[in-house]
Design a protein around this ligand. Structure first.
Ligand code: HEC
Length: 210
C-alpha cells in the first residue's frame, strides 16, 4: 500500500468514527428528551388524579357547607360555584346579634349561608381555603395544611391559636395522608378568591344590638 492510500484509509476510518459518535449522541439526547416528556406527563397525570380525588373528598365531606358562600334556592342554600371554598363573604361585614339571641345560650346560631357561627366559643367564620396568597391558603405548604388539620392549631404551629368550632378538624384529621394531600391539591387548583375572613371574636366582644 502506498503512503497516499494509507492516509486516505485512515481519514475514512476517522470520519466514520466521528459520524458514529455524532449519531449516537443525537440518539441519546432524543432519548433523554422523550424521558423528560414522559416524566412530566406522568407527574401531570398523577397531579390530575390527586385533584380529582380531592374534589370528590371535599364534596362528600361537606367542606362546602361551611367554607363556600351560598345562593338561596327553593331547596335551601347551595354553594355559589363562582367562589367555592372562599369562606364567609367579607362584604357582609361583621355580623351582630340581637339582645335576645345573644342572651339565649341554648342554641348555636348560624348565618343563612352557613359561613358564620355564634356559640359559647364566640363568633367564628368559615375560612377562605382558596389559593389567594394574601387572604387564603396560597402561601401554605402541604405540610402546613396537613399539620393544621392534624393538630387543630392555626398554621399547625405548636402553641398557636386553636382552630375553633364548628370546624370538625378532629374528624377531618382521620383522613389518610394521601387523602389530605388530595384535598390540599384540589384546594390549590381552585380559582384564587380575594376575601379576608374576619378573625374569631371572643364571646364578650360580639356586637349586640337592640
Ligand atoms: C361545620 C362547619 C365546617 C365544616 C363542615 C368544615 N369546616 Fe373547616 N372551618 C370551619 C370554621 C368555622 C373555620 C374557622 C375556625 C377558626 O377561625 O378558628 C374552619 C377552618 C378550617 C381550616 C383552618 C384555617 C385556618 O386559617 O387556620 C381548615 C384547613 C379547614 N377548615 C379545612 C376544612 C376541610 C378540608 C373541610 C372538609 C373536609 C372542612 N374544613 C369542613 C368550619 C367548617
Amino acid at each position: 500500500m502506498t503512503l497516499k492510500n494509507k492516509t486516505l484509509q485512515l481519514t475514512i476510518v476517522v470520519l466514520s468514527v466521528v459520524a458514529t459518535v455524532a449519531a449516537c449522541s443525537e440518539a441519546g439526547s432524543n432519548q433523554s428528551e422523550t424521558k423528560k416528556e414522559d416524566i412530566t406527563e406522568f407527574r401531570q397525570k398523577e397531579k390530575d388524579e390527586l385533584v380529582a380525588r380531592g374534589k370528590y373528598l371535599v364534596t362528600v365531606s361537606g367542606c362546602n357547607d361551611c367554607h363556600s358562600p351560598k345562593i338561596m334556592t327553593p331547596i335551601g342554600p347551595v354553594p355559589d360555584t363562582t367562589r367555592l371554598m372562599s369562606g364567609y363573604p367579607s362584604e357582609k361585614g361583621i355580623p351582630t346579634l340581637s339582645e335576645a339571641l345573644a342572651k339565649d345560650q341554648s342554641w348555636v346560631k348560624m348565618s343563612h349561608d352557613v359561613t358564620a357561627f355564634a356559640g359559647p366559643w364566640g363568633m367564628t367564620f368559615g375560612a377562605n381555603l382558596t389559593p389567594d396568597e394574601a387572604t387564603g391558603i396560597g402561601n401554605w405548604t402541604e405540610e402546613v395544611f396537613v399539620k393544621t388539620i392534624r393538630t387543630g392549631k392555626h398554621l399547625g404551629q405548636e402553641g398557636g391559636r386553636p382552630v375553633m368550632p364548628p370546624m370538625p378538624w378532629y374528624m377531618v384529621a382521620k383522613m389518610t395522608d394521601e387523602d389530605l394531600s388530595s384535598v390540599y391539591h384540589y384546594l390549590m387548583s381552585l380559582p384564587a378568591i380575594s376575601n379576608r375572613v374576619p378573625a374569631p371574636i371572643p364571646p364578650n366582644e360580639i356586637k349586640v344590638v337592640k
